[in-house]
Design a protein around this ligand. Structure first.
Ligand SMILES: O=C(O)CCC(=O)C(=O)O
Ligand SMILES: [Fe+2]
Length: 323
């Protein structure tokens, strides 16, 4: 009796160990994938290197400091994206975080699915990537605090380059609206060049992304898609919709997407720096492009549009009508 109980315990354990960590992508999406998820243009895109900003320059003399701030502002206008090195988050923290992330995602699918679905702490599939967030994991918390500070610093710089005050963000940015998303893009051998994340813009102020060496992030520059050359030592910063509206279109919230690798899985973490929901997004500039709105209103509109149209409409919804 005892032996057979033990046997079945071991069989169950063995079964669970064999169980895939992957959600049932292939069975759920196969037909859909063949139809819509692979765009012919994605395979032929050229590679680009994002503007590189060395944040050590901010600690140097006045001239270097000013030049560095200008570079940040220019990249935000021309690319909507840049990468930073000497960002103050040491390689060890980044490595440890990635290890934890890999461990979390390596758990069997049924374990991950048992995380509370309704709170959105684990999701898989498209258009949003596989994601685990709000996990009380100390290294993740440590990383989130550091990138939050970094985001604040960059927002301050970008606001002051516009001649605007950024105290606004300090008062309004609350931890609960900012979030860290952990992404895993499984290798996708069924279809080459399949989207891991569909083209989108981020609905926040700024996003701080850390990616591994696999690559797959692509962005639009001057109307053309480019693949971003990965640099695991750097953090990728991109301007979100709220900052574009607040800056009256000076800083660009640029469309980007992720293409899955046919052979290797890829990991990234995205930190979304957001103000509180009641923060009014209004540019201080005279001829405003957008009507003012709260972050809460924006979020609700995005959710509604996704529900009704299947995709986000975003900032165009808030354009002031011109005749
Ligand atoms: O994984 C990436 O490189 C990008 C992720 C992203 O765009 C997002 O999570 O919004
Ligand atoms: Fe994004």
């Amino acid at each position: 009796m005892v032996a057979s109980e033990n046997d079945s315990k071991h069989t169950n354990q063995a079964r669970r160990m064999q169980e895939s960590a992957d959600p049932p992508f292939e069975t759920t999406y196969k037909r859909l994938l063949e139809k819509v998820m692979s765009a012919p243009e994605v395979s032929g895109v050229g590679e680009c290197e994002l503007p590189m900003i060395d944040l050590n320059e901010l600690k140097m003399g006045e001239l270097s400091k000013r030049a560095c701030k200008k570079k940040i502002a220019l990249a935000s206008q021309e690319w909507g994206f840049f990468q930073v090195i000497n960002h103050g988050i040491c390689g060890e923290v980044l490595e440890k975080m990635r290890e934890e992330q890999a461990k979390l995602f390596a758990k069997p699918f049924s374990d991950k699915a048992a995380y509370n679905f309704s709170s959105g702490s684990y999701r898989w599939g498209t258009p949003s990537a596989t994601c685990l967030a709000q996990l009380s994991c100390s290294i993740m918390g440590q990383y989130a605090r550091m990138v939050s500070e970094l985001s604040q610093k960059l927002v301050d710089i970008l606001a002051s380059e516009l001649g605007q005050k950024s105290d606004f963000f300090k008062e309004n940015c609350v931890e609960s609206t900012c979030y860290l998303r952990l992404n895993r893009y499984p290798a996708c051998p069924i279809l080459p060049q399949m989207f891991g994340i569909m083209p989108h813009t981020d609905s926040d102020f700024v996003t701080v992304l850390h990616q591994d060496q696999i690559g797959g992030l692509q962005l639009v520059k001057d109307g053309t898609w480019f693949a971003v050359k990965p640099n695991p030592q750097a953090l990728v910063i991109n301007i979100g919709d709220l900052f574009q509206a607040w800056s009256n279109n000076v800083y660009k919230s640029v469309e980007h997407r992720v293409v899955a690798n046919p052979v290797y899985e890829r990991f990234s973490t995205a930190y979304f720096f957001c103000p509180s929901y009641d923060t009014v997004i209004a540019s201080g500039i005279d001829t405003c492009v957008y009507r003012s709105f709260t972050f809460g209103e924006y979020r609700k509109q995005v959710q509604q549009d996704v529900k009704f149209f299947g995709h986000k409409i975003g900032l165009p919804r808030f354009l002031l009508q011109t005749h």
